[in-house]
Design a protein around this ligand. Structure first.
Ligand code: NAD
Length: 493
């Protein structure tokens, strides 16, 4: 995979260095790393003592209260100080990207550590920060109207087990850049790496002269504490990243919610595509972090005339192509329940995010080496086409022509409106699918992680809000628009 590309609006290494140097000079000039005020961090009563402090709180109430104080303190700081805080966060997260990735991999047992490093670095560099909050001015005969991006206050953020640290890093940068504070209720299976991440963020913010507890978390997160956060009076906005259950819960909470839900991203390959390029791109995309990323390619829909050649190319580029009897054996281990054709199967939880070699091993299929991806030719109605499998087992199904491919892609995507893509050199077909699939991200002729800004242009996010429409969230999504009108004056022309 390529390193994240540059973007004129985002900080590059040199800019981060300049800001970090200025920051270091300030730190020498004054001791900014003050411990949190005694009235902000309460003594724990239920959680183990060593687990608390540095943004970690025993209860939702305590975390929301501390984050409320921090929000008001941030509100009193200048924009320049806020920029230093974000630069310090980016710098610290780049420094700790690998450590956090390995911790997340160890704790959750999902994905591949080296891909989690890429995800952490990507969000540290390319999440939209303060630079995106450009005010808007309108002038005319009646004077001047100014629109500015304002914070909401304390945001309640619920995070997944699939990208635990990258979601926390990305949400923190976007939310704090917009002037908010945040309370995280993380996935219980990623609790320790998430707490370590919150502590590092807390320290980075203090080093830049920011308030304590701008980023907080509930020490022992549960579904109940997530629900308490969703209905807490001190929470102004929710940002929820996860499956359908948590999205449904947030959307009925009575609060404004930015919801990043599940997907089942299809990739269509037509007869005009460069099949060597398509095979390489699909393998790289679908095997990224063992397919647990919500935007990863989850099913391939190929025009019948090229499907065999596509599979040959995939095999040549390292994918393990399952024959029919091997597929039957793999189905038995990856699904705990099949619910019939064109229906979503229940995925075996203990194989989510595992390496392809482990899946082969469990299925009793001998294989030497470590193939990135298992690929199987299946009929259109096979459960793998309809299921968000989140493991490196990719179905390839044939259709008579590209338009039937686009139609099947729409059906298999289930209307999530999340991610999709196509390999083609037919610009009409590319445009037809981009329009009709109607997803937050559509990637043409490249791995779907390019749509996240990794080897593609543009900012990144690991909170892709399809159900509520914000798409790849950044500082703008976590801002309220406020207008100020001056009547009759300040037009200079
Ligand atoms: P999950 O839904 O099991 O958990 C996500 C979070 O929600 C966790 O913190 C969990 O504790 C909490 N939660 C779950 N049910 C809840 C309920 N009823 N009430 C309150 N809180 C609840 O998801 P996961 O396994 O951690 O993540 C994988 C899923 O998330 C996949 O479906 C994936 O597509 C989706 N996802 C989407 C995005 C995106 O940006 N759209 C990003 C990452 C993951």
């Amino acid at each position: 995979m390529s390193a994240p590309g540059g973007n004129a609006n985002l900080l590059n290494d040199r800019q981060v260095d300049i800001i970090a140097t200025r920051l270091a000079e300030r730190l020498l000039a004054r001791d900014v790393a003050k411990p949190p005020a005694a009235d902000v961090v309460r003594e724990p009563h239920s959680a183990p003592r060593e687990a608390l402090g540095e943004g970690i709180f025993a209860t939702v109430d305590d975390a929301v209260e501390a984050a409320g104080i921090a929000f008001r303190q941030l509100d009193g700081l200048s924009l320049e100080q806020r920029k230093l805080i974000i630069a310090s966060i980016r710098e610290s997260m780049l420094e700790h990207a690998e450590q956090l990735a390995r911790h997340a991999h160890r704790e959750t047992g999902l994905g591949r550590a080296e891909h989690k490093v890429i995800k952490n670095r990507l969000v540290a560099r390319k999440t939209l920060g303060i630079e995106a909050l450009t005010p808007h001015a309108v002038t005319g005969d009646n004077g001047l109207t100014l629109t500015e991006y304002a914070p909401y206050g304390v945001i309640g953020s619920i995070t997944p087990t699939t990208n635990p640290t990258s979601t926390i890093i990305c949400n923190t940068i976007a939310m704090v850049a917009a002037g908010n504070s945040v309370v995280f209720n993380v996935h219980p299976n990623a609790r320790q790496c998430s707490m370590a991440n919150v502590r590092l963020l807390h320290q980075a913010i203090l080093r830049a002269g920011g308030p304590a507890n701008l980023v907080t978390a509930v020490a022992e997160p549960t579904i109940e504490s997530a629900q308490a956060l969703m209905t807490h009076d001190g929470i102004r906005l929710l940002a929820v990243t996860g499956g359908s259950g948590v999205v449904r819960q947030a959307m009925t909470s009575g609060k404004r919610a930015i919801c990043a839900g599940p997907g089942n991203p299809p990739v269509v390959v037509d007869a005009t595509a460069n099949l060597d390029h398509a095979a390489r791109g699909i393998i790289a995309g679908a095997s990224f972090d063992n397919n647990i990323v919500c935007t990863d390619e989850k099913e391939v829909i190929a025009v019948a005339t090229i499907v065999d050649e596509l599979l040959r190319n995939m095999s040549r580029h390292g994918a393990y192509v399952l024959n029919e009897s091997e597929l039957r054996r793999v189905e038995r281990v990856i699904f705990s329940e099949q619910r019939g054709p064109r229906r979503r199967a229940v995925v075996a939880k203990d194989l989510i995010g595992k390496n392809a070699s482990e899946i082969l091993d469990r299925a009793g299929i001998p294989c030497s080496g470590d193939p990135p991806l298992l690929v199987a030719r299946v009929p259109n109605d096979h459960p793998l086409v309809w299921t968000e499998q989140m493991m490196p087992v990719l179905p390839v199904t044939a259709v008579p022509d590209v338009d039937r491919g686009i139609e099947l892609a729409r059906e298999a995507e289930h209307g999530f409106g999340h991610s999709a893509g196509m390999y083609s050199r037919d610009i009409d077909a590319l445009s037809r699918m981009a329009r009709s699939i109607n997803t937050s991200i559509f990637t043409k002729n490249g791995p779907f992680y390019a749509g996240l800004g990794e080897g593609g242009e543009g900012h990144t996010s690991f909170t892709i809000a399809s159900p509520t429409g914000e798409g790849l969230t950044g500082s703008v999504a976590f801002s309220r628009l406020r207008r100020c009108v001056l009547v009759d004056h300040f037009r200079i022309v």
